[in-house]
Design a protein around this ligand. Structure first.
Ligand SMILES: Nc1nc2c(ncn2[C@@H]2O[C@H](COP(=O)(O)OP(=O)(O)OP(=O)(O)O)[C@@H](O)[C@H]2O)c(=O)[nH]1
Length: 458
């Protein structure tokens, strides 16, 4: 089973573990050293006490005064709080007197002189007692052969054994342990707090940076990290802010470009639509645009019960104008017609060029008679006014076919066919005329617009 730690816990452990280990090692070292010093101090204390008693007991032993030895033992024991037993022994190791209950009963324990030992919770120190001044070498030779005289003739009078209760050691140990535990606990607590602070100093700014980065990724490009609260991650926060500013400015630039491109596309589309619906020579709506306009006007007329008429126009002998004066003059004639006819129409009327020299005028709210008058007005105007062309002037005429929409047959094709029929009637009757389509023709010639048969020339 694998345990996954978050970044906060990892940082905490990274900061806390070395500190905890250091504290524990220091504690171990401190306890060991203190224990050693305490033991050495007690050893010296026991050794010193035994030596003092040995010096004091030399005469009493020499004199063989048991009572004096007893007083000495009692006195020595009473003078030290921790002395449990002070006892004197013969050179052969037999107990002479004891103040307190010796640990080993009546047998002198085998101890290395000068080296106290821990026995049954007591610290035992034995010192030999010589008849005269003794030296350190005497002390050791007596330990090796306790019942013999020393080389310089001094005589071993006996031994003193001091037993110290180790409650002081235990108590001090307890106190030390308690103190060490408090110190260690405080140290660990402090190390933990410090590690938590270190972890928080990284994870909190990281959290704030994470929020901003997630907002940036959702497109909130105005989002910024508060660098004053970024702590140790301030350089990272500043970097992210710089990046966000760059993204925001790039996005603004991109938006501007997209808006520009969209506007250009819209204009191009508008232009394309305009071109698709406009005759480039005269600027008038073309056949396609006319068809749409006519359908709308048919709907409107039907809905409001208003009359609607159209005038189909075809310039007379236009081919000969082209042939005699050239194509440019022919174009000028077409443009001139557009201007003149337009000038005779209302604003709501629509003039369209639907073929070479074919035009249609759509007249909403106008009946057949009204349209006839308009057509006649245009016809007369063309007939009367000459057009200035290179090298002189030119007169041209036009034929007109007028038809009003039939409420009972509102179809565009049928309506156009009726107007065409009237137009070609005008052609047949000699051109430069306006003809009205019959109101209810039994069989209207339903030829599509622009495909009418050539009327015979008069
Ligand atoms: N200059 C010019 N001529 C055009 C244009 N479109 C068509 N035409 C010409 O217009 C002429 C039409 O000739 P026709 O259809 O015979 O008609 P018309 O000569 O007017 O004869 P009628 O209609 O019977 O009086 C053709 O010669 C076409 O080439 C144009 O945009 N400019």
């Amino acid at each position: 089973m694998s345990i996954r730690f978050g970044i906060r816990m990892r940082l905490f452990l990274a900061a806390a573990l070395p500190a905890i280990l250091a504290i524990l090692v220091l504690l171990q070292g401190f306890l060991t050293r203190h224990e050693r010093i305490l033991t050495e101090t007690l050893n010296e204390h026991a050794q010193g006490m035994a030596k003092q008693a040995a010096n004091a007991a030399e005469f009493a032993l020499f004199a063989g005064s048991q009572s004096a030895l007893q007083r000495l033992a009692d006195g020595a024991r009473a003078s030290d709080l921790h002395a449990a037993v002070v006892s004197f022994w013969t050179p052969e190791g037999e107990l002479i007197v004891a103040s307190g209950q010796p640990t080993h009963g009546r047998r002198l324990p085998v101890l290395e002189p000068g080296r106290p030992m821990l026995v049954n919770g007591r610290l035992l120190a034995r010192v030999p007692i010589w008849s005269a001044e003794w030296t350190e070498s005497d002390l050791f030779s007596a330990a090796a052969q306790p019942m013999v005289s020393s080389s310089d003739g001094r005589r071993l009078l006996g031994h003193v054994l001091v037993e110290l209760e180790l409650d002081i050691l235990q108590r001090q140990r307890g106190e030390l342990l308690a103190w060490a535990l408090v110190a260690t606990g405080s140290g660990l607590l402090f190390a933990g707090l410090l590690a938590a602070l270190i972890a928080a100093s990284v994870t909190q700014p990281l959290g704030r940076i994470g929020v901003v980065v997630s907002q940036l990724s959702r497109g909130v490009l105005g989002s910024r990290v508060d660098t004053r609260r970024a702590g140790v991650l301030r350089p990272l926060a500043e970097g992210i802010n710089t990046m966000a500013a760059g993204l925001a400015s790039n996005e603004a630039m991109l938006r501007e470009r997209v808006a520009q491109a969209t506007e250009e596309l819209r204009q191009q589309k508008e232009l394309a639509e305009h071109k698709a619906r406009t005759d480039p020579l005269t600027g008038l709506p073309n056949r396609r645009a006319f068809t749409e306009l006519a359908r709308v006007e048919i709907e409107r007329a039907q809905r409001f019960g208003q009359p609607l008429a159209l005038i189909a126009v075809d310039l007379d002998h236009f081919k000969s104008i082209n042939d005699n004066h050239g194509h440019a003059v022919g174009d000028a004639v077409l443009i001139d017609f557009a201007h003149r006819a337009q000038a005779q129409l209302r604003v709501i009327d629509q003039l369209a060029r639907i073929g070479g020299e074919e035009f249609i005028a759509l007249l909403p709210g106008t009946d057949a008679q009204g349209a006839f008058q308009v057509a006649e007005r245009i016809r007369v105007l063309l007939e009367q006014r000459a057009l200035a062309v290179p090298g002189g002037t030119l007169r041209y005429t036009s034929s007109f076919g007028v038809a009003e929409i039939e409420p009972q047959h509102p179809g565009l094709d049928r309506w156009l066919a009726r107007a065409d029929a009237a137009l070609y009637a005008a052609k047949r009757k000699g051109r430069n005329r306006v003809e009205l389509a019959p109101e209810n023709p039994a069989e209207p010639s339903l030829l599509p617009l622009g495909q009418s048969p050539q009327p015979p020339l008069a």
